[in-house]
Design a protein around this ligand. Sequence first.
Ligand code: ASP
Ligand code: MG
Length: 422
Amino acid sequence: MALIVHKYGGTSMGSTERIRNVAKRVAKWARAGHQMVVVPSAMSGETNRLLGLAKELSPSKSTDAYSRELDMLAATGEQVSSALLAIALQAEGMNSVSYAGWQVPIRTNSAHTKARIESIDDTRVRADLDAGKVVIVTGFQGLDELGNITTLGRGGSDTSAVAVAAAMKAKECLIFTDVDGVYTTDPRVVPEARRLQKVSFEEMLEMASMGSKVLQIRAVEFAGKYKVKLRVLSSFTPWDIDINTEADSGTLITFEEDEHMEQAIVSGIAFTRDEAKISVLGVPDKPGIAYQILGAVAEANIEVDVIIQNISKEGKTDFSFTVNRGDYAKAMELLKEKVLSTLGAQEVIGDTKICKVTIVGIGMRSHVGVASKMFRVLSEEGINIQMISTSEIKTSVVIDEKYMELAVRSLHKAFDLDQSPA
Ligand code: ASP
Ligand code: MG
């Protein structure tokens, strides 16, 4: 008998029919003797619908003024799905109870709409488990010091599930979703993409932060910090699939680079259109320019990703970096207003039609020439590289967004990701 956490995404909870299926699946696990904690997302589309209502009433750009109310609002989505799941489980003959984040409680900081979990009190949940109940805990939400409801940022139910698993020292956290695992890349772009049986935690972290949408990045960070065994698998298999088969399916996120680990040099290709490029041209090349440009951007709470600075010509240089596309307008405005004059730069230009393509693999640590192979493949396709950034286990390039699919497809092929490893 083990304590297991299941997390079900919005699509898996998308209708009463599907909730019934989730209940049957959870009941199967409980009847096999496991202690079950289930963390559901809101029914699919519900969080968007709720936030849309707020937008109708307050169409202004910034939501900062009422972010507390957005959390009150958005948190209801998970409360609905949790209660419905408890009811469905009871209809299956299971003893079940659901809790909102504040009832557990799951404590967070006060950063509304992007709060971070600080602690989880497991006393109440554990007592219920010991009394033979299946416990449902709402995903995505918590409670701050002042008693306000908070939410964890879009996709935050993944993080809730991993945090609950960590707090309760669960044997495993199973993330049930509408795909059957983590793929070498998005199968909608490359139909030959393969599911990875295992992926290392470090690779998963890179993939999540480089644009792969399978898991929220904070959930992966949390799993790493607390060594939570995590598995991503499909909720669209028949609910009565053999439990041992199910427990082995999907993609396991591992912490050891064990011998059976797939020995590919590159494990996956991530890509994102969510960034935009900004260049400050003709900046006097002197100490402190990077700080003046990026310091101002950071102060406005805008995250910067890839950065390059060119060599200087006649005492001037060009400085480029990428930001989230959603922050682009704000960053441009800020640079034009504040930085241009004080810095004595010539011009600020921007480009939103870019994308970032990243190859990820822990094998890159021990193999030379992986990045240059990437550059060769792109050059053979006539794709111009605008920016490059690397770490021990990844290489990213920024290119024109119209070449994104071509780049991903060619790289997938060139690194033999279409083929199962021997
Ligand atoms: N319901 C929230 C969202 O749509 C949280 C989640 O689904 O993980 O972002
Ligand atoms: Mg999700």
